[in-house]
Write a protein that binds this ligand. Structure first.
Ligand code: NDP
Ligand code: 2IT
Length: 444
């Protein structure tokens, strides 16, 4: 890393020494944008120093009563990172590992990702260390209501528009929307995305992140004269992103053979039964073992890693830093052709290096998983015009957005002498878009 970038990075680490995943995300961006960020118009306005510091960080107590009558206390967060391109936009994550550093990493990534969509959205992220696993619907509802009782004063359709992420899906968005409406006495559809399709949600939002990651993979393969047809695919995770990545990959002729959750991974050589997986995960809220119980021939593994399963396409769709250098070496040895991050930063920096050195097409999350937030922006468009588009119309728009992101990122990489380096292309293209708007807005 060149000296001017290192100085910015060191300042980030000194300010918040404990926020390791935030440092990791900042490091990756600074490392790849140096020649652009060092231009006098940007450095003279301290764009980098501003872009790594969130505009606003909100932390709050979330008290709620569990089914046994005990008062529980969690911590809530909303980090409003950058509004140069539009209202803050980004998901809410409910997971016990959530802390301020995690939310800042996700918010920082979101700024560049949202820029790449070209849809006029700034970047933010939020969440809580609340763990929805094993909680009743009533407990989840009371938690969501308490969370929104503080969050409502910070959000709005022109201010900050949250959505889902790990642990936050249609059920949680419903409870939060209900509480927002109750407190404000406003049916302000555009204040949250990922809503039910009966009350302001967009068709295709549920599928969008997984579908988008597969569209992005298809474009990366196209560039190498290949297609998804007949490819052997492994996804990690078995949540929202993983399920619909598997569904779209199958629709495009791929053979999806494995998925996982935090209890283990499943190999299903007949091809994953996505309808069964949806039933187990979305309806029963079960574990991967419940899939195996209903699927003769599928095998559950509780040792090792889903990345041990040979494949030509790897789609990490679970969580950050789930795929490390040794997993990457195994994938390369097993003949992987392309890796696209459905999750945010699932591959460690060392793993990314292994893929790039081996000439594997590698799609970083801020490009490859941008389909979710892009479709959230399409939901905002529908809300603003009081329209509702069909599933097919929305997915067709999503596919165009993903193609544009792919082409923009690939072109940017080429223009900067790094053909095929989607990490550099995404970071530079995203940075320029945000930085130019920040310059236009003056020192704010
Ligand atoms: P879900 O909560 O629907 O699913 C998450 C999946 O990942 C589950 O199978 C979960 O297993 C697994 N997982 C989560 N944390 C861990 C962990 N620490 N170790 C092992 N497995 C884990 O979340 P999503 O599918 O929505 O999100 C997945 C990823 O995609 C995240 O990185 C998210 O930020 C990213 N993303 C999501 C978007 C969206 O629209 N939802 C948009 C863009 C990116 P278990 O149930 O056992 O915990
Ligand atoms: O990481 C992400 O892009 C998301 N969780 C989706 C955010 C959104 O606002 O739809």
């Amino acid at each position: 890393m060149i000296d001017s970038m290192k100085a910015v990075y060191d300042e980030v680490v000194t300010r918040d020494p404990g926020q390791k995943v935030f440092h990791q995300a900042v490091h990756e961006v600074l490392e790849t944008i140096a020649d652009v960020a060092a231009l006098p118009k940007y450095s003279g306005a301290s764009i980098l120093q501003r872009i790594v510091e969130p505009e606003r960080q909100i932390m709050f107590r979330v008290p709620w009563v569990d089914d046994a009558g005990n008062v529980q206390v969690n911590r809530g967060y909303r980090v409003e990172f950058n509004s140069a391109l539009g209202p803050y936009k980004g998901g809410l994550r409910f997971h016990p590992t959530v802390n301020l550093g995690v939310i800042k990493f996700l918010g920082f990534e979101q700024v560049f990702k949202n820029a790449l969509t070209g849809l006029g959205i700034g970047g933010g992220k939020g969440g809580s260390d609340f763990d929805p696993h094993g909680r009743s619907d009533g407990e989840v509802m009371r938690f969501c209501q308490s969370f929104m009782t503080e969050l409502y004063r910070h959000i709005g359709d022109h201010t900050d528009v949250p959505a889902g992420d790990i642990g936050v899906g249609g059920r949680e968005i419903g409870y939060m929307f209900g509480q927002y409406k109750r407190i404000t006495n406003r049916f302000e559809a555009g204040v949250l995305t990922g809503k039910g399709t009966g009350w302001g949600g967009s068709y295709g939002r549920t599928e969008a992140t997984g579908y988008g990651a597969v569209f992005f993979t298809e474009r990366m393969l196209d560039r190498k004269g290949k297609s998804l047809d007949g490819q052997r695919v492994v996804v990690s995770g078995s949540g929202n992103v993983a399920i619909y990545a598997a569904q779209k990959a199958q629709q495009l002729g791929a053979h999806v053979v494995a998925f996982s959750d935090s209890s283990g991974y499943v190999v299903d050589e007949q091809g994953v039964d996505v309808d069964l997986l949806r039933e187990v995960k979305e309806v029963q809220r079960g574990r991967v073992a419940d899939y195996v119980a209903g699927r003769p021939g599928a095998k559950l593994h509780t040792e090792g890693s889903v990345w041990d399963v040979p494949c030509t396409i790897a789609l990490p769709c679970a969580t950050q830093n789930e795929l490390d250098e040794s997993h990457a070496r195994t994938l390369v040895d097993n003949g992987v052709l392309a890796v696209a991050e459905g999750a945010n930063m699932p591959c460690t920096p060392e793993a990314v290096e292994v893929f790039q050195a081996a000439g594997i097409s590698f799609g970083p999350g801020k490009a490859a998983n941008a389909g979710g937030v892009a479709t959230s922006a399409l939901e905002m468009q529908q809300n603003a015009s009081r329209e509702q588009w069909s599933f097919d119309k929305t997915v067709a728009k999503l596919e165009i957005v993903m193609t544009n992101i792919h082409d923009n990122v690939a072109r940017t990489a080429e223009q900067h002498g790094a053909a095929g380096n989607y990490v550099l292309g995404a970071n530079v293209a995203g940075f320029v878009q945000v930085a130019d708007s920040m310059l236009a807005h003056g020192v704010v």
